[in-house]
Design a protein around this ligand. Structure first.
Ligand code: ANZ
Ligand code: ZN
Length: 850
């Protein structure tokens, strides 16, 4: 037979699947349902190899599930709002919508060329007014349910781009695009009350057994439940009112006798008061604010402090503790003020060392006592020392004792605090879902001072669509500048009012898209009964970079929608899989101290060196790292599909590396896959329906492979499934023609079809297989062929081996005995002697005693 030609076969079968509507999920099907989903892509321009790996895994599972008799929902769409579209608008003068639509068209064509079994009838982009209109409706429902608030929040404000920046967009205190010094501003922002669900979201993690442990742990840390105590120290000093107290939060009340000073955040009211009329304090606070804003940056920054001159009184020991302003204390955690215990907290230790404050040991680990000096903070377990009535207690007992004492005396109580903050969803950007509210009053120019305030857009006026005619030539939010868009009549009183010009964080769009995939009525976001048919998602697959935010937000939306009575689901993703990255070495040359990278296609690679094809000169070979545009170590999916065909690329994505590990791209690897495609094709060509004869060994191996590949796919161990298919292919190649061999070849078509669907379809059609292989059933396993079911047993008489017999494994004792006694050799040895006893060891031996 001729070579398999993907350039013909791929397109042909993709068309056949489309025409047969093979992958359109029917929610009315009587079959059991299975919802397989990969994280939908951002339409940045091109599909990259990471997408290909991600979607290939989901595709194999979806195709396999369909073969197992499930009605499979495997949809695809576009996470289409966001900053890159506006950046493109600013840089290239194109409209964000047009840019996005073009990218979607390109990327969709790319996905089609890989032959994914996707239900394109359910495709949507989050920038479709229909989709974001339903999102606006849900936002209003959440508002009505008390889960949306508007409050003042401190934001990073870029004064040049005139926009709020996320923490990640502030680099060394400067805006990532403008390079301008970022200011902290207090602005009214919209929030979703995720903190109402902190406890549930934490508890729920315990039930997500099919999630990777590392992802659960990351979410747990992000939610950050901390059991501690809030306590109050009395204050004295300049400017302090009599009886005034300061609120502190600690997780270590047991160390209270080790507290040697108090520290407050730079934006704590007490710090503000100390700065009043004190230029040195003002300078200090300004310095603190210039530092990075993330918790990680604050942790690692050098400790800085300013003595306010205010003094706090220790509630148990009675001594004076100076109150410092400290850069490592955060205003929005706990109470924004701490009792500092340098002996047992490293931050406090560093600070005390720098400012010459006392360090007192109050916990002694094994081998230490009250007098053992501290070279660093002791943060482990131990017995309490130097602590009056707590001496000798364990850490836990001492915590309880201090809380009890404080609650009695009224200066403190046990308290749980959370690291999780409400989710600020306001973005001062154009390319996002408009937040469906109208402001009546304050900003109105009709002379009237006040109006109706913040008014929801009536649902029958949704969607609030984005205006098309916007300009990106000036910084700031185009919605704010648009001449007419924001001016509307107040839905309540009819007077002039203005629309909210903030749009929603794009993470909102991806928090419920999986619901809309399952059910798409025109008049509402989803239909509850339809959702119940498909959800929860049986398998969700995506990158670990979404371990925290996207997955937590989606879990929160699901619970929030349940709380307001819209759905019946608690957790959207029954099982989660995070795949590894596709990696490649990098090629670069040093130019003026900076690396200039070259693409693999520009390189000729030798055993130890790499040369730039253009000039033949050597380039440096860098480490094997994630493929990225900036390092140019990317391969273009289109190019490799053109070279090797979709099936070879799919096969490569599944081979060699376990799916959770990184997959190093190699030219040799993809070439090997291309060769295997042809090898299978040759074997498929040897199918002969009229071959006769049995081959029990091959039959056994075939059924073992059917069972094992099924297990591997269900466990997402694709590389193992691939290895088994290699093995069976090798055996079938070597086997002599027989009916069994033809059956094995046919089975191989079915088993390989989730991975190499085009090749399998082509082979299937040539042997006259019924219908499309994509719709064929997974081969039945004959259970009895799974076990190596014959064993050789020994038969002894008078301590000597008289005969061996091959019997079925697990043969009952009495049958073994009967067979043994029936042996001619045994009868000869017995020579008529009376049998006194027969000892049978199952599957091993029969010992006859006379
Ligand atoms: C006294 C103490 C002694 C503390 C000790 C720790 C160890 P987690 O567990 O992460 O919740 N803290 C409290 N509020 C803070 C804030 N706004 N900014 C910075 N640090 C703050 O951390 C709680 C601990 O972090 C608290 O317990 C407090 O220091 C500090 F041996 O109080 B501890
Ligand atoms: Zn009004």
């Amino acid at each position: 037979t001729a070579r398999f030609d993907p350039s013909q076969a791929d397109a042909k079968w993709q068309r056949a699947w489309d025409e047969a509507q093979c992958f359109a999920a029917d929610s009315n099907s009587p079959k059991p349902k299975s919802y397989v989903l990969e994280m939908f892509p951002y339409p940045s321009g091109r599909i990259h190899i990471g997408h290909v790996r991600n979607y290939t895994m989901g595709d194999v599972l979806a195709r396999y599930k369909a073969m197992r008799g499930f009605e499979v929902l495997h949809p695809m769409g576009w996470d289409a709002f966001g900053m890159p579209a506006e950046n493109a608008a600013m840089e290239k003068g194109v409209h964000p919508g047009g840019w996005t639509r073009d990218n979607i068209a390109n990327m969709k064509a790319q996905l089609k060329r890989i032959g994914f079994a996707l239900d394109w009838t359910r495709e949507f982009a989050t920038c479709d007014p229909e989709y974001y209109g339903h999102e606006q409706a849900l936002f209003l429902d959440l508002y009505a349910g008390g889960l949306v608030t508007r409050k003042q929040a401190t934001v990073n404000w870029d004064p040049v781009d005139m926009t709020v920046l996320a923490n990640e967009q502030v680099i060394d205190g400067k805006g990532w695009r403008s390079g301008a010094e970022v200011e902290k501003r207090k602005l009214n922002q919209w929030f979703l009350k995720i903190t109402d669900f902190a406890d549930e979201l934490l508890e729920g993690l315990g039930k997500l057994e099919s999630w990777p442990d590392k992802v659960r742990l990351m979410q747990e840390n992000w939610i950050g439940k901390s059991q501690g105590m809030e306590l109050r120290f009395a204050l004295k000093g300049d400017g302090v009112v009599g009886g005034e107290q300061i609120d502190l939060y600690t997780t270590r009340p047991d160390t209270i006798f080790g507290a040697t000073f108090v520290a407050v955040a730079p934006d704590h009211p007490l710090a503000q008061r100390a700065a009043d009329g004190n230029p040195a304090a003002q300078d200090f606070i300004a310095t603190c604010k210039r530092g990075g804003t993330t918790a990680a940056e604050i942790e690692t920054a050098e400790k800085l402090g300013f003595d306010t001159g205010i003094v706090a009184i220790h509630p148990l020991a009675g001594g004076d503790l100076p109150v410092y302003i400290a850069n490592f204390v955060l205003m929005d955690y706990g109470t924004g003020a701490i009792m500092a215990v340098p002996g047992h907290d490293q931050r406090d230790f560093d600070f005390a060392t720098k400012y010459g404050l006392p360090i007192v040991r109050v916990v002694a680990e094994d081998g230490a006592d009250a007098a053992t000096p501290l070279a660093e903070a002791q943060t482990g377990e131990g017995r309490i020392v130097n602590s009056d009535f707590l001496d000798g207690k364990s850490v836990d007992d001492a915590k309880a004792a201090v809380i009890a004492r404080a609650e009695d005396a009224g200066w403190g109580e046990g308290k749980t605090v959370w690291r999780l903050r409400d989710w600020g969803v306001s973005r001062q950007r154009y390319w996002g879902t408009p937040i469906p509210f109208i402001h009546c009053g304050n900003a109105v120019s009709d002379g009237e001072g006040s109006g109706c305030g913040v008014v929801p857009v009536p649902k029958d006026q949704l969607p609030v669509t984005l205006p098309e005619d916007v300009e990106f030539d000036t910084p700031g939010n185009p919605l704010e500048r648009h001449p007419s868009w924001k001016h509307v009549a107040c839905p309540k009183c009819g007077r002039d009012a203005v629309r909210e010009t903030d749009t929603l964080d794009t993470f909102v769009d991806s928090s419920w898209y999986f619901l809309r995939f399952a059910s798409q009525p025109a008049d509402k976001p989803f239909d509850r009964e339809e959702l119940a048919k498909w959800l929860p998602i049986e398998q969700y697959i995506g990158g670990v970079e979404h371990a925290i935010l996207h997955l937590l937000y989606a879990r929160f939306w699901t619970r929030a929608l349940k709380a307001i009575g819209l759905i019946d689901l608690e957790e959207p993703f029954a099982s989660l899989f995070t795949q590894g990255m596709v990696t490649h070495e990098t090629y670069s040359r040093n130019q003026d101290g900076r690396p200039v990278y070259y693409a693999p296609t520009e390189i000729s690679r030798e055993a130890r060196a790499a040369r730039l094809t253009a000039d033949g000169g050597e380039v440096e070979i860098g480490r094997v790292v994630k493929m990225s545009k900036s390092k140019k170590n990317v391969v273009d999916p289109d190019a490799i599909i053109a070279d090797y065909g979709a099936d070879a690329v799919r096969w490569f994505m599944l081979s060699d590396s376990p799916p959770e590990r990184d997959l190093p791209w190699s030219e040799a690897g993809i070439e090997g896959c291309g060769r295997f495609v042809q090898r299978l094709w040759r074997l498929f060509g040897q199918y002969n329906a009229s071959a006769a004869g049995e081959d029990i060994t091959l039959e056994r191996k075939t059924h073992q492979t059917i069972a094992a590949v099924a297990e591997d796919i269900e466990a997402l161990s694709f590389n193992k499934a691939v290895a088994r298919l290699y093995e069976l292919t090798g055996l079938a190649e070597k086997a002599a023609p027989s009916a069994t061999r033809s059956e094995t070849i046919r089975t191989l078509m079915l088993l390989s079809s989730p991975m190499m669907p085009h090749l399998a379809e082509e082979a299937w059609s040539r042997i006259g297989g019924e219908g499309l292989i994509a719709q064929a059933a997974w081969p039945e396993v004959i259970e009895s062929l799974l076990v190596e079911d014959e064993v050789t047993i020994a038969i002894q008489h008078k301590g000597k081996l008289r005969d061996t017999l091959t019997v079925t494994k697990g043969l009952p004792k009495d049958e073994m005995e009967t067979l043994a006694l029936a042996s001619e050799k045994v009868q000869r040895s017995l020579d008529g002697a009376a049998v006194r006893k027969v000892i049978v060891v199952p599957d091993r031996l029969v010992n006859i005693v006379t």
